[in-house]
Ligand binder design. Structure first.
Ligand SMILES: *Cc1c(COP(=O)(O)O)cnc(C)c1O
Length: 402
């Protein structure tokens, strides 16, 4: 995205503002599908929770993507955006049987991640096809070491519980049509991913009516220089081949599914905020922006390092700054960062702001959540208005107190 256009957007729509580039989303989507070109039936289900604006969902629909959802509200958003129920998979964790039943009734593929709900659901609805989420207990230890761990993870049905899982399926006569894993950020490199996939194939051999195997996500994108990025092309080559071999052994051409969020939208988004104050203390130069963890919480929540540039003064000499917010709380976006000289009213641009940024925003300090803009075919479209004071008051009930 060009700085000039971004500055214009900050001017036209105000700050702070999230800006997404449809072209980059499409590029990532096509990169993934191309990497798995050898797989006959590939299905990419975009993980809605990364960025759930309805216009973004509509764009994914136009690309031919499906959706991965974690709440019935995300399912409803997807349906409203024009997706068919069959294009949506519901992969919640720890939700009620009732919510799962309500989603199944809509015709959405459900994915169950614990034995208690599996048994209850299978007993009541043996005819509804169900995918099961398995925990392969694999995580990366260092760069190439593979260690077996995460025994305490709350996600998925432990691979070690396979005997009980099989018994439940046999007793209820339910139909298991998919098998799934999502090891999240544990997976850093391809060897670990392939290792976990073998465990999933092993589990898949226990079920004879599968239609798909879902490998979840966990793809890495670079946030700062030197960060690891998943080599999707290599993964596609290796896992694609292995998957085709498995299908041959299984005796059926299954669908290979993925559900990336970050990989598809992280780099497509930036966050623009204005510098309110440049404040020098005895030890530090602070740049204080018109935002805080109410708008972008990842740096404080996960320690993630979003690259920050001063698009108002890209040629200015570089100096060291701590970029902080205006929330009455420690809200440090970056410590001691080298940035082109910052003046008050400059616009700072945060990279990798497409995934888990707006969706985690709140009204803390009774501030408005930012606007969202989508650049589509080169033009900037407002896809979410900045909130107003009415939004702050909405749903609040003022009672009469003496
Ligand atoms: C969040 C989530 C994803 C997406 O993960 P990314 O790291 O954003 O790719 C995929 N599957 C499930 C089940 C999830 O909860």
């Amino acid at each position: 995205m060009m700085s000039q256009q971004l500055l214009q957007i900050a001017k036209d729509f105000g700050s702070p503002v999230y800006v997404y580039n449809a072209e980059k989303i499409e590029q990532q989507y096509k990169r993934l599908t191309k990497a798995f070109g050898k797989v006959e039936h590939l299905r990419v289900n975009y993980a809605v929770k990364a960025l759930s604006n309805i216009s973004i969902l509509k764009f994914f629909n136009s690309l031919g993507s499906g959706l991965d959802t974690v709440s019935i509200q995300e399912v409803q958003l997807g349906l409203k955006a024009g997706f068919e129920p069959e294009q949506i998979i519901f992969t919640p964790n720890g939700v009620s049987l009732e919510e799962i039943e309500n989603v199944a009734e809509l015709g959405v593929q459900i994915n169950i991640d614990n034995l208690s709900i599996l048994e209850q659901f299978g007993t009541k609805h043996p005819k509804v096809p169900v995918c099961i989420r398995v925990n392969p207990h694999v995580m990366a230890g260092g760069n190439t070491n593979i260690s077996v761990g995460h025994i305490d993870s709350k996600f998925g049905i432990s691979i070690h519980q396979m005997p009980l899982l099989k018994r439940i399926v046999e007793n209820t006569k339910m139909n298991i049509n998919g098998i799934h894993m999502h090891t999240g950020s544990d997976i850093l490199d391809i060897d670990v991913f392939l290792y976990a996939s073998e465990i999933l194939f092993e589990a898949a051999r226990n079920f004879k009516d599968l239609e798909f195997i879902d490998f979840g996500s966990g793809f890495k994108v670079p946030y700062k220089e030197g960060d690891i990025e998943t080599n999707i092309e290599e993964l596609g080559e290796k896992l694609g081949q292995r998957f085709n071999d498995f299908c041959e052994e299984y005796g059926k051409t299954l669908t290979l599914a993925f559900e990336p969020g970050k990989f598809l939208v992280s780099e497509a988004g930036v966050f623009l905020a204005k510098v309110n104050v440049v404040k020098q203390t005895t030890s530090t130069v602070f740049a204080q922006i018109d935002s805080g963890f109410n708008h972008l919480i990842r740096p404080m929540l996960y320690g993630s390092q979003h690259e920050i540039s001063n698009i108002s003064n890209p040629k200015g000499r570089e100096r060291f700054y701590s970029v902080v917010g205006y929330i009455c709380e420690t809200d440090t976006f970056a410590n001691n960062r080298r940035i082109n000289e910052i003046n008050e009213d400059d616009i700072l641009c945060f990279k990798n702001a497409g995934a888990y940024c707006f969706t985690m925003a709140s009204n803390y300090n009774s501030r408005y959540r930012p606007a969202e803009v989508l650049i589509y075919n080169g033009e900037a479209h407002l896809i979410r208005k900045r909130e107003t004071f009415d939004d702050i008051l909405k749903n609040q009930i003022e009672i009469d107190l003496r």
